[in-house]
Design a protein around this ligand. Sequence first.
Ligand SMILES: NC(=O)c1ccc[n+]([C@@H]2O[C@H](COP(=O)([O-])OP(=O)(O)OC[C@H]3O[C@@H](n4cnc5c(N)ncnc54)[C@H](OP(=O)(O)O)[C@@H]3O)[C@@H](O)[C@H]2O)c1
Length: 303
Amino acid sequence: MRIAMTGSTGLIGSRLVRHLTQSGCKVTRIVRGPTPEGVNTRVLRWQPDCGWIDRDRLEGHDVIIHLAGENIAAGRWTNRRKQRILYSRREGTRLLCEALAGLKHPPQTLLSASAVGYYGNKASGQTVTEADSAGEGFLAQVSREWEQSTLPAQEAGIRVVQLRFGMVLSREGGALAAMLPVFRLGIGGRLGRGDQMMSWIALDEIPSAVDFILKEEHLSGPINMVAPHCVTNREFTRALGRVLRRPTLFALPAPVARLALGEMAESLLLKGCPVVPQRLTDAGYRFRWPDLEAALRHQLKAE
Ligand SMILES: NC(=O)c1ccc[n+]([C@@H]2O[C@H](COP(=O)([O-])OP(=O)(O)OC[C@H]3O[C@@H](n4cnc5c(N)ncnc54)[C@H](OP(=O)(O)O)[C@@H]3O)[C@@H](O)[C@H]2O)c1
């Protein structure tokens, strides 16, 4: 299978490139800058900021995996950063999808990243599935516009799947990697009241789930990429403490988090959403890491 991927240097992309090349797929990386070091795959260039992509080299792929976007948690959400977070996803996706729609031989499938932020913030209790509508707030707006930007590909008859990722667990990057230093020192703890829901997925689950989605050709539209058991922040904190064999007695008070990180603290840390992978389970996907503690032990196995 010939696969082209944007965001291939990121947390999820790097893991997927390794898996797909090991499985015998021919992977083309769609890159913005110079060819990343150590890369031995084919490379295709695009400049999403300038609305340019090398259309000729985009021909000849069966599947496109689109993961690119300005990192959401890299810094305080100033107006400028929020612009970049939104623009990089909305305009980058539109550019890619219009290019795909105009190809002589468009790919069969586009897997396009999105996020559970689509649903906004909801308290524990009733779980949220792909049938729920978009919520309120900045991340919900970003996810909605990001997904809508895939329309040109859908209209061209390409099977489009929006992968709504929950928090991806890895020691290499993302939220878990950011928490590890504090927890290793034994000063980790819950955030605010700790009753906000966290929907998560082990990084090593993603290649299997992607294989499954590629094989199940009837699947299209949004798919929640989360484990079946979401947890409260308090449960997450305790599980991480047990895995690292460290106490978790401290708590970061909500006002301190808000003071340090502003709106980002509210959306990413102090509120959450109980999202479940309804469509994956209905389609018969069997999770390798459905439970948090086993997933943490696996991803942190060298600890
Ligand atoms: N990790 C999570 O917990 C999580 C949760 C929900 C949703 N997601 C979404 O899933 C996607 C992949 O996640 P990830 O964790 O692998 O992200 P990541 O590590 O931040 O990587 C994203 C990649 O996007 C490209 N990129 C960065 N800034 C960009 C910009 N301004 N314009 C265009 N491309 C840019 C970069 O690749 P190049 O330099 O190669 O272009 C980067 O490696 C992201 O869109 C993310 O929002 C992730």
